[in-house]
Design a protein around this ligand. Structure first.
Ligand code: SF4
Ligand code: SF4
Length: 120
């Protein structure tokens, strides 16, 4: 499916100018009733060690497409999600077309949330 994800967790190794360069992310929050009870478990702090460790999950094709099309969001990850109370969750896969992950001062997964969460 075609999705547009934007993310304000700028200190994450996958964050490229507010977009996510991961192939797949994993959102937690199995008992969540609000956005604040969700988090992006794929967050990893920027740095050489995490760049190497997380390279296998890099969406290289998406990065190239994004570089060639600066005006639209071409690079977005698949989302596995444990927040089964969310209306966009189908069998632990996110089906939302637009997803906003937030975490402007995030230094760990716990500091991130999926703002798009909506209770069933
Ligand atoms: S916090 Fe999650 S959604 Fe945001 S850039 Fe990192 S991996 Fe992607
Ligand atoms: S919108 Fe819902 S299903 Fe999609 S990642 Fe966020 S909490 Fe999970």
């Amino acid at each position: 499916m075609s999705r547009q994800l934007s993310c304000s967790a700028l200190d994450c190794v996958h964050n490229m100018s507010g977009l996510c360069s991961a192939n797949t992310i994993h959102v937690l929050g199995s008992g969540a009733h609000t956005s604040n009870q969700t988090m992006c478990n794929t967050f990893a702090e920027k740095g050489f060690k995490n760049s190497v460790a997380h390279f296998p999950n890099m969406n290289v094709t998406g990065e190239i497409r994004q570089l060639l099309n600066n005006d639209s969001i071409e690079m977005s990850p698949s989302i596995k999600c444990e927040s089964v109370n969310c209306i966009y969750n189908e069998d632990r896969v996110c089906m939302a077309h637009n997803v906003q992950v937030s975490g402007p001062r995030a230094q760990s997964s716990q500091d991130t949330v999926c703002e798009t969460f909506r209770m069933q």
